[in-house]
Design a binder for this molecule. Sequence first.
Ligand SMILES: C[S@@+](CC[C@H](N)C(=O)[O-])C[C@H]1O[C@@H](n2cnc3c(N)ncnc32)[C@H](O)[C@@H]1O
Length: 217
Amino acid sequence: MGKKNKEQRIADIRVFSNVFEYEHFSEEDNLKDKWHSEIFRNNNPITLELACGKGEYSVGLARRYPRKNFIGVDLKGPRIWVGAKKALKHNLENVRFLRAYIDHLENFFSKNEIDEIWIIFPDPYLKKERKRLTSPKFLNIYRRVMKPGGLIHLKTDSETLFDYTIEVIRDEQCDLVEKIEDVYRDSRNSELVGIQTFYEKMHLEKGKTIRYVSFRL
Ligand SMILES: C[S@@+](CC[C@H](N)C(=O)[O-])C[C@H]1O[C@@H](n2cnc3c(N)ncnc32)[C@H](O)[C@@H]1O
């Protein structure tokens, strides 16, 4: 994407009604506890898509589940732009995007505000375990915003991240719900095989195996 196009997208999301950006919050804008009452204006459960990139899961799940709310979280504005634009075009009232560091989720959500989390092709950080979105450090962050027993899904092309996550689930005494070593060989679940992200398509073109695991905190 050219520099001009990137700058245009950054300017666009500043005025999109379905995007919140961490730099533009003042104290009064604090979103904590407002997602149900003021933003979605319903009491439906809230799912986060972390490392959402272009937000394919937020948009895809929102279409499937109109009685659930979805928030895509990523740092990169020009990527968020794609999902936000699609959600606006299709009048998806149950989707929002938050441009923020996942490390700072507690600044934006209160305890028990979140029901479910999808982590979709996050960077595997092969050399920096602490930065992995399924590391104990991040699970502790999720614990502080999720309902007890909240469900977390990970879809990844990285065998290292997948094996690491299984270990963390065991060490942290979380409940393993489902483990799929090869999604396109072993699953017919439309949430898993029916939504493909930008990175996923690249991995599939290279013949990589896509893995999935879900667990409860
Ligand atoms: C490999 S991409 C995957 C994007 C998308 N889920 C997909 O499958 O196409 C990882 C994404 O995670 C985002 N990311 C990585 N660390 C982050 C963090 N700490 N906070 C917010 N976003 C982060 C990056 O900006 C990037 O868009």
